[in-house]
Write a protein that binds this ligand. Sequence first.
Ligand SMILES: NC(=O)c1ccc[n+]([C@@H]2O[C@H](COP(=O)([O-])OP(=O)(O)OC[C@H]3O[C@@H](n4cnc5c(N)ncnc54)[C@H](OP(=O)(O)O)[C@@H]3O)[C@@H](O)[C@H]2O)c1
Length: 248
Amino acid sequence: MSDTNAKKRTLLLTGASRGIGHATVKRFSSAGWRVITCSRHGFPENCPWEMGPEDHIQVDLADPKMTKQAIKEIKSRIGGELHALVNNAGISPKGEGGSRMGTIETSIEDWQRVFQVNFFAPIMLARGLAEELQNTQGAVVNVTSIAGSHVHPFAGSAYATSKAALASLTREMAADFGPRGIRVNAIAPGEIDTAILSPGTDKIVEQIPMRRLGTPDEVAKIIYVLCTEMSSYVNGAEIHINGGQHVI
Ligand SMILES: NC(=O)c1ccc[n+]([C@@H]2O[C@H](COP(=O)([O-])OP(=O)(O)OC[C@H]3O[C@@H](n4cnc5c(N)ncnc54)[C@H](OP(=O)(O)O)[C@@H]3O)[C@@H](O)[C@H]2O)c1
């Protein structure tokens, strides 16, 4: 899956410092893309892929003012062209001892913070960069979750509802951005081997038809497909990447 003959394209990826985001930046940069990353941490000195501080934006997506400022900064760095936006950053707060935070005990502040990062930041970024995406006939991928459509033993209610809202937003965006030539899709991972998983996930894995966790790269390669010509007529889809977990 190499794009080495194509002109260098630009991806804006939120939450690139670990897990699925980390695998995504590796996949796109090895295919010759410029990847601009966003996360709360500064540019890492020992960055494992080829990029400089000019390709990293330090932003707390829980803060709408900072997010607006970051959009201005991104625009100034990309010169009118963005080929893909991947809204990957997400938070899933847990209660004491890693317990699930349900609808009753989740504080309103936690609900708002989770929705700001997982739901409002993606629409702010997509709207703020719509012109740049239109200029390249680009693509948006929103990272949802299996928890958006099933009550999950560890994922809290704020997280689950924010991901359900993000899946609905993907549908609405596909309708509104499609006429501008921008495709908008979602991927819904199941249990992927990253830091976001809770102790006890091994019990869930016993029920998954494929009987194993997914790897971050198995998610990243589908994100890649959704950002390239291989999916040129796919718009408004939510692809399950979960070894068949959604069928049980
Ligand atoms: N792993 C799974 O099994 C699984 C399953 C379903 C869905 N997902 C979804 O997949 C996405 C990636 O998950 P992951 O497991 O790779 O997560 P992860 O390992 O916890 O990484 C989350 C990323 O988001 C960034 N981030 C978190 N809060 C942020 C904020 N306020 N502002 C900016 N960046 C922020 C983090 O960077 P900093 O800490 O540097 O800010 C980090 O790069 C999430 O949307 C998650 O909900 C994961």
